[in-house]
Design a protein around this ligand. Structure first.
Ligand code: SF4
Ligand code: SF4
Length: 479
């Protein structure tokens, strides 16, 4: 077929407007493209139907665009895949190699917790863990083996990361201290670096622990659901008493005295705990968290704390309110602190096009107190999902099965969805809880995901048009 016989049609993209400009979000490359006048005219023309190159050129010149310019613009749009002339573009989302080097190890120091949050995926009705007969607390030998495993499996990476997790992480603080010392020493001996973070419910924080965390630059995420009425709804002790009064002064002390890393709050939204803006303002403005991120509870739809459709709509509305505030701050060059936007902007800025929804089982694995390796912290202690042991390494067959199921290529329902470069079907753990298969796409809130992704795209476009330097900070940020 000669160039003059080429038939052009629209490629696969999602278009959106921001700051008076039309943009294309190109699927599957994950690129974002601002349309100039001629490109916008071309898209408008092809929205009415496909056209040969000659026809397209004639229509563009009839609208006043010089012929040479129009011809170059067609080539450019074809190169970006906004136009196709019959080719089938393969997704950029290529499958990673089986020996993909590890980057992050999530160490579950204990599977015990001093709270009894009713929605907890580790203890609640939806739990996947089978901890019976396994150690409740990790010992130093297992932790050492885990660090050695990480350093061995991350060959080629200069920098690696350990996240401490639980149960309640700080119930095994003595081990955490020893691991930080051992891992730092081992990494240094290999002329590599390692950094640490932890997630905690904050109930066990003391001045000495805060000092240690600050001195060792350990990033802290506090699981907290907002002001007292919200926090005490489900984040309770086993006798039903709320945890806010215990947590609040400890969080204030943490934020005041931990000087080396930003402190983040992570909120789990459940039925009745959907007042996102009020929660955000309390955590950010009253308590002083640097960033606040929200996640919807992972559960079956029939649980009492599951969010119904109206609740989901309410959450989305509130996300939009905070996202608009985020944009105003960004245009002034200031960080707002709503990390759900920052995380998505980082992925958009990096042009992410995912083969898998997250790093689970790839660059990230979880290790339970017994030394069993799981795809991530949420699958720790689950026999069904174990993919090895730190003493024997990763079982490549089990890992391969997990990754094959989770690959976007096998999620046929997602193949026509423009949001797939970022979503890739959603969390494996949520898919298992909801559908009994880690590889099932999370089809129960696709409209929600697409609406939110569209909102983040508009914010990205507006910032790119009006204060592009702000986006530089997302070049490195991990989502
Ligand atoms: S799960 Fe839904 S929103 Fe996500 S990629 Fe698949 S179809 Fe799209
Ligand atoms: S599977 Fe879900 S919980 Fe685990 S790392 Fe991925 S997104 Fe997070």
């Amino acid at each position: 077929m000669t160039a003059t016989e080429s038939i052009y049609r629209l490629g696969e993209f999602h278009s959106f407007d921001a700051a008076g400009t039309r943009f294309l979000y190109l699927v599957p490359s994950g690129g974002i493209f601002a349309l100039d006048e001629i490109a916008a005219a071309m898209i408008e023309r092809l929205e009415q139907g496909e056209a040969s190159r000659d026809r397209l050129l004639a229509d563009l010149t009839a609208r006043g665009f010089p012929s040479v310019e129009a011809s170059e613009a067609i080539d450019e749009m074809h190169r970006t895949r906004a136009l196709s002339n019959g080719e089938v573009f393969l997704d950029n989302a290529q499958s990673p190699p089986a020996d993909f080097p590890l980057q992050t190890l999530v160490l579950n120091l204990t599977n015990q917790c001093n709270l009894a949050c009713q929605y907890c995926y580790e203890f609640g009705d939806d739990k996947v863990a089978t901890p019976e007969g396994k150690p409740k607390f990790m010992d130093f030998e297992t932790a050492k083996g885990s660090v050695d495993f990480l350093l061995k499996q991350s060959a080629g990476r200069r920098h690696v990361h350990i996240t401490f997790f639980g149960g309640e992480t700080l119930m095994n603080f003595p081990l955490l201290k020893r691991v930080v010392g051992y891992a730092t020493e081992q990494a240094l001996a290999q002329q590599r670096s390692i950094d640490f973070s932890l997630t905690t419910n904050a109930t066990l924080l003391t001045p000495a622990i805060i000092e240690f965390l600050s001195d060792n630059r350990i990033g802290v995420t506090v699981s907290m659901d907002g002001p007292k009425d919200m926090q005490d709804k489900l984040r309770v002790f086993s006798n039903g008493r709320g945890s806010y009064d215990l947590v609040e002064p400890r969080v204030r002390a943490l934020i005041q005295n931990h000087r080396t890393r930003p402190i983040t709050a992570r909120v789990t939204l459940t039925s009745g705990v959907t007042d996102v803006a009020r929660i955000f303002r309390h955590l950010k403005n009253d308590l002083g968290f640097h960033e606040v991120g929200f996640a919807l509870v992972t559960t079956s739809p029939d649980r009492l704390y599951a969010i119904n459709e109206r609740g989901m709509d309410h959450v989305l509305e509130q996300f939009h309110v905070l996202a608009d505030e985020y944009l105003e701050s960004a245009l002034r060059g200031e960080m707002h602190g709503f990390s759900n936007v920052s995380d998505t902007l980082a992925e958009l800025h990096q042009g992410v096009s995912k083969s898998h929804p997250c790093g689970a089982g790839l660059g990230l694995v979880g290790v339970g107190p017994s030394g069993d390796i799981a795809p991530c912290h949420r699958f720790v202690d689950s026999d069904r999902h174990a993919i090895g042991h730190v003493s024997t390494g990763i079982d490549r067959d089990r890992q391969g099965d997990f990754l094959r199921r989770g690959n976007i290529n096998t999620k046929y329902d997602c193949h026509q969805c423009w949001a797939r470069p970022l979503c890739a079907g959603g969390c494996h753990h949520e898919a298992f809880v909801r559908y009994g298969d880690t590889g099932h796409p999370n089809l129960h809130y696709c409209d929600w995901i697409r609406d939110w992704t569209d909102k983040c795209l508009r914010i990205y476009g507006a910032i790119a048009a009006q204060n592009p330097e702000f986006l530089d900070r997302f070049t490195e940020r991990k989502s």
